[in-house]
Design a protein around this ligand. Structure first.
Ligand code: FES
Length: 180
């Protein structure tokens, strides 16, 4: 017992840093900053993540028709129904596009909207050019810009042929921010 008493006397009381007013306020400030940063970061990260999920969920393979409907060497208008719309969207959910068939198994499908400000472009088979009625934008038959204000070529869909059906990857309307 006497031995324990001596040992306690040698060790003395544990050393505790005194909490100063300045130190306390510093810790409080750091803590509040962490809380504020979390309050900002959580919704921002959630928004970014949800937009990625949403974007993926709004794409699907959509049939344009049997491949035989599109003769080789020609460019024809086709229409598909956007599957990510509501019944009350009416005809606005019917999306026109230009289908170009260059060989037996080679297709290009373009959005009808001009890459300048979105006016619908028309195909002129005689000159083999797409022309925009709004500001004179002109595109070659492969969708690249020939002249005028469009900053890039026509939006080109991803395509595939499955069970004889020509299909496009679509649903979400392409925006000007998307590259070809
Ligand atoms: S919208 Fe087509 S050239 Fe301006």
């Amino acid at each position: 017992m006497a031995h324990d008493h001596d040992a306690n006397e040698e060790l003395g009381p544990p050393h505790v840093e005194p909490v100063t007013r300045r130190g306390f306020l510093m810790r409080l400030g750091v803590g509040l900053n962490v809380v504020a940063a979390s309050l900002v970061a959580v919704p921002v990260v959630g928004y970014l993540f949800s937009s990625v999920v949403k974007r993926k969920a709004q794409q699907a393979w959509i049939p344009l028709g049997h491949a035989s409907q599109f003769p080789t060497g020609e460019t024809r208008l086709a229409t598909y129904r956007n599957p990510f719309t509501k019944p009350w969207d009416g005809v606005t959910a019917d999306i026109p596009c230009w289908v170009r068939r260059t060989s037996e198994d080679s297709f290009q499908v373009f959005a009808i909207n001009c890459a300048h400000l979105g006016c619908p472009v028309r195909w002129f088979a005689e000159s083999r050019l797409f022309m925009c009625p709004c500001h004179g934008g002109v595109y070659y038959e492969d969708g690249s810009v020939a002249s005028g204000p469009p900053p890039r070529g026509l939006y080109e869909y991803k395509i595939r042929v499955a069970d004889g059906q020509l299909q496009v990857r679509g649903g979400r309307t392409p925006t000007l921010a998307e590259s070809v």
